[in-house]
Design a protein around this ligand. Structure first.
Ligand code: BGC
Length: 502
């Protein structure tokens, strides 16, 4: 009979979840900080003097005053680096484990933060940003998979959403930091960029303390160690069923020598297409137009600098608290219910914002006081629904639907789809706003309609299904996806039965 001391204490288990989730904090901080920093005059003067001049002296055009590709490149370079690095991260994640991948992520973060905070020229700034991007690529690859694997089945959704919760806390911290440091001249921006070192250091230290997931240990041949850790984190010796399931999944995984080739097979299509589309759609809600450019957006509707930074702080708070709603509900009501409810709320809010801006915000002048407040309220309602649906589920669903043999490779495609479209929105939004003006909000609303239909017809419910049972219990039962499950192709392109999960 095992005594309780052999198991991890409950607080330690929660500590492990939280340490991993700090990877989300880093990601969120990076998302939230750039909009505020690029609005700081000291920063623009030092790195983008031409943009500073344009901002001060250019013709006042509400929709176009911040349209500058170079500033946008500062924001978006991080996502390109993350896109590329997520594929390397997937290899490290399989070969060396989730924990080591998080450690590597924290190393990139620390280097990136140091370069950014000390930057004296544009090169240092962009190289720092790229290193942060590597951190995001490695962190976002490992953390959601770590959380989904380490969580007990009946609250896997809630544990995984800690990642997104920490993303939102990171965004909020960044908004607050921007709000306070903008008064410190001329180095407020250095403080804003440098403070990211705090969570990076926490992740670095934490990565030494937490165990790796039993799945990763078993997959890497450490059967006994994996079994012991499984007992410790489940706090019981009765783990045979789960252990055998993981060993079985890992045996199947070992039959696959090249996970990327396996991903090209028809039987991998359902999780691959869904994982990537969840991320693409997540970005086409328009969320990052708000996260990156909230201060700019609010200046556009007529708020002064301080009021607009404050409104972004309010939005940050709404984002955090609404994510808690999804932690509470995701394993109860299921993934589909949350996504569909949010599509309705997001569609209405984007459309109404578009109508108000179209009818009331001309190229010069500003919205009336009441309209501006209504726009902020609508943005809050929009962010609220994103925060309990597409935000967390964009990460949860891809991390819980791939079988072990393609999990890290498949997840890398999901991460890189996110990064690519985050890059596209970061790079294009200000220009799109300049050209499309208020109709940009209808553009996002149209996408939200498409994603609602996608959920209705193509997204099966995955609540309470063990990760390694998805094929049998989900894909093979689905009216559309089941046709991909029966056969794969051999080297000559001939149809053969799906050999891994017959
Ligand atoms: C998305 C980010 C977004 C954030 C907002 C995340 O899930 O991937 O792009 O900025 O949610 O909370």
């Amino acid at each position: 009979m095992a005594n309780d001391k052999q198991f991890y204490s409950k607080p330690f288990i929660v500590f492990c979840w939280l340490i991993a989730a700090v990877g989300g904090l880093m990601f969120g901080y990076d998302i939230g900080i750039s909009g505020g920093v690029t609005a700081m005059d000291d920063f623009l003067l030092k790195f983008f003097p031409a943009v500073y001049a344009k901002k001060r002296f250019a013709r006042e055009d509400n929709y176009c005053k911040f349209d500058d590709q170079r500033v946008q490149l500062f924001t978006s370079s991080l996502y390109l680096a993350a896109l590329v690095s997520s594929f390397f991260a997937s290899k490290v994640c399989t070969k060396y484990g989730r924990k080591q991948t998080m450690l590597v992520a924290s190393g990139f973060y620390l280097l990136g933060v140091a370069l950014n905070a000390a930057a004296n020229n544009l090169i240092m700034l962009i190289v720092g940003r790229i290193l942060l991007g590597f951190g995001v690529g490695f962190g976002n690859e490992a953390v959601p998979v770590f959380l989904s694997e380490i969580a007990p089945l009946n609250y896997r959704g809630a544990v995984n959403i800690l990642f997104q919760l920490f993303v939102t806390i990171g965004i909020l911290c960044a908004n607050l930091v921007n709000f306070f440091v903008s008064e410190y001249h001329p180095w407020g921006w250095r403080l804003a960029l440098g403070l990211a070192g705090v969570p990076a250091f926490m992740l670095f230290l934490g990565s030494f303390v937490i165990p790796d997931t039993p799945t990763s240990l078993i997959e890497r041949g450490q059967l006994q160690n994996g079994r012991t850790i499984l007992q410790k984190i489940r706090r019981t010796e009765e783990i045979d069923d789960e252990y055998n399931q993981i060993v079985h999944a890992s045996e199947l995984a070992h039959q696959v020598t090249n996970p990327f080739k396996k991903l090209a097979q028809p039987s991998s299509r359902p999780p691959l297409v869904i994982g990537m589309l969840m991320q693409v759609f997540q970005q086409f809600t328009g969320i990052n137009a708000i996260m990156f450019y909230a201060p700019v957006l609010f200046q556009t509707v007529g708020f002064k600098n301080d009021a607009s930074l404050l409104s972004s702080v309010i939005i940050g708070l709404v984002n955090v608290f609404s994510t808690l709603v999804s932690i509470k509900t995701v394993d109860k009501f299921g993934r589909r219910a949350l996504l569909l409810q949010a599509c309705c709320q997001m569609f209405i809010t984007q459309t109404v914002i578009g109508i108000i801006m179209l009818s009331d915000l001309k190229t010069t002048g500003s919205l009336g006081h009441v309209e501006a407040i209504v726009v902020v309220l609508l943005v809050c309602l929009f962010v609220m629904s994103f925060a309990w649906s597409w935000g967390p589920l964009g990460w949860l669903i891809p991390s819980e639907t791939f079988p072990l043999e393609t999990r890290t490779a498949g997840f890398a495609f999901a991460v890189s789809s996110n990064m690519f479209f985050t890059f596209v929105i970061a790079q294009a939004f200000l220009s799109m706003m300049c050209h499309m003006r208020a109709t940009i909000f209808f553009f996002f609303a149209a996408w939200i309609l498409v994603m609602g239909l996608f959920v209705v017809f193509f997204l099966p419910e995955t609540k309470n299904v063990p990760i390694d049972d998805m094929n049998e219990r989900v894909w093979k039962q689905h009216w559309f996806w089941k046709k991909y499950m029966d056969c794969d192709h051999d080297q000559n392109g001939h149809k053969v039965p799906n050999q891994i999960h017959p």
